[in-house]
Design a protein around this ligand. Structure first.
Ligand code: 8ZB
Length: 483
């Protein structure tokens, strides 16, 4: 497939659109003119982009949960509970796994079975099957902005439907919703399909409707080094900007060392803005999202609140625009609405106590920001080089070459040669560089920090450290010390 990082013409976009809307009967409900009129009536306090902009200007960190169930009325009850009892600032609708695989027929069965069982038998909201009417019902029932959160390699129809339903934000991207989520979907296909999603947002922007786009920051959520996830976020942010997206939230998943996590957010925001300016996108508003710990959680709910609170504190000290909330049921599965609301209240308590506080600049923080930006720049430079200046082509080639390499990803299009491990303070470092295009200085810094841990633990630097780190947090510690 020949892709290029060039804004699609309206003709190219509308030509593909007919096929997209024919993928399921509810596609017929999408009428672009009606959607424009409906979105123009979205009040400021329910527009995702505007609420994020206001929060950034006020220096406030907003709290957003994940949440989704099969039936519309139960989903509305859930979101209303999170809004009123949880105190959420922004609302999701987490989309179910069948929809993420475009298996809408399975969703139909899941909806029928859920009706019979009187409880949700899907692990999220089947937005395509409920269609524009269903998404409008959800949007009209709540009093906060709504975002679709999912993991969909081909989200074209879902995106058409949720935006026509008044939802003013969409998570995902051609890399971040492929490599961590799919085994066998070619990267050029998902980069093209997400160009479609972004081009729709660009079309709405041309009508004066600003919709927020959020590349999925954490990726596999398993020891992903900050510069690796930042590189993917920046690539997806630039690809979105080319399609006309004007409001982008770049994200990062908590790793656990506070200095490194704060540095990751600071480096991400400033480097995203630097690259947007460098490539001529001067009217894109950038915000950040910090995801509370995405790895294994302790079963014990009190310990889970400890994890949730460290993530909230780090998000506040970093000055992230929003934080994605975990729940005390994380180790079990889809949380009850009560547990979900508890996660939000714990998060907001911490955010309120730390309001206005930031981790002060220090040599350690400055060095970490500089290291993350230098590592990111190496990967970005090589990606542009491989694409002869075209970022879309470069991204495909960068993954083929292992120049960008996401740890523990299921996709066969990911090299899987790079391996991470924590240093003695819990910061995530590069243990094996694989084919990453790092300078010798960068390699030396990573090596030295892992040697410090090896010396402290009296064992050699090696993959055993990685394995111990993967299970550490659910065992109640950050660094996986030898047993
Ligand atoms: C990348 C997202 C993974 C996280 O997304 C949470 N998640 C998934 N589906 C739901 C849902 N239906 N309601 C509340 N949280 C949900 C999981 O717990 C996990 O932490």
């Amino acid at each position: 497939m020949n892709i290029k990082n060039k804004k699609w013409t309206e003709e190219e976009f509308f030509k593909m659109r007919e096929e997209v809307l024919s993928q399921w009967p509810t596609g017929k409900e999408v009428d672009l003119k009606e959607a424009v009129d409906y979105l123009k009536k979205v009040p400021e306090h329910k527009n995702f982009s505007l609420k994020l902009k206001k929060a950034k200007e006020e220096g406030v960190t907003l709290a957003q949960p994940r949440a989704g169930v099969a039936l519309i009325s139960e989903h509305i009850e859930l979101l209303t509970h999170l809004q009123n009892e949880g105190g959420a600032d922004l609302l999701p609708s987490t989309i179910d796994s069948y929809t993420r695989q475009n298996r809408y027929d399975e969703c139909e069965i899941g909806i029928q079975e859920s009706r019979k069982a009187g409880r949700s038998l899907l692990n999220g909201f089947p937005g395509v099957n409920h269609g524009v009417h269903g998404c409008k019902k959800v949007y009209e029932a709540v009093n906060l902005p709504l975002e679709a959160r999912h993991g969909t390699p081909d989200a074209r129809l879902l995106t058409e439907i949720i935006h026509a339903g008044g939802w003013t934000s969409n998570e995902g991207g051609g890399i971040s919703y492929n490599i961590p989520y799919a085994k066998n979907v070619p990267l050029d296909r998902t980069i093209r399909d997400w160009q479609y999603c972004d081009r729709l947002v660009g079309f709405y922007a041309e009508q004066g409707i600003i919709i927020n786009r959020e590349p999925f920051g954490p990726l596999t959520g398993t020891l992903v080094p900050p510069s690796t996830s930042n590189t993917v976020a920046i690539i997806e942010g630039l690809l979105a900007a080319e399609q006309g997206v004007k409001n982008i939230t770049v994200g990062y998943g908590q790793c656990g060392n506070i200095v490194q996590d704060v540095a990751a957010i600071r480096a991400l925001e400033s480097q995203m803005e630097e690259y947007l300016r460098e490539y001529g996108y001067h009217d894109v508003y950038v915000t950040t999202v910090f995801h509370q710990w995405m790895g294994g959680f302790p079963q014990d709910e009190a310990k889970a609140f400890g994890v949730i609170s460290t993530g909230s504190a780090t998000a506040a000290l970093a000055g992230a625009t929003k934080v994605i909330v975990k729940t005390p049921h994380e180790a079990i599965g889809v949380p009850t609405k009560e547990a979900n609301a508890q996660g939000i209240r714990a998060t907001k308590m911490t955010l309120n106590l730390l309001k206005g506080q930031r981790l002060p600049m220090s040599k350690e923080l400055q060095d970490e920001i500089a290291l993350i930006k230098a590592e990111t720049k190496c990967m970005m430079n090589k990606t542009f080089e491989l694409g002869n200046g075209d970022l879309a082509i470069g991204a495909v080639k960068a993954f083929e070459a292992g120049v960008v390499d996401i740890p523990f990803a299921p996709s066969k299009y990911n090299a899987g040669k790079m391996m991470p491990a924590r240093d003695n303070n819990g910061a995530v470092r590069y243990l094996n560089f694989g084919n990453l295009p790092f300078t010798e200085d960068i390699r030396e810094i990573n090596r030295r920090k892992l040697e410090e841990r090896a010396k402290f633990e009296g064992r050699p630097v090696g993959f055993k450290m990685t394995v111990d780190d993967i299970f550490a947090v659910s065992r109640g510690v950050l660094v996986g010390r030898p047993q």
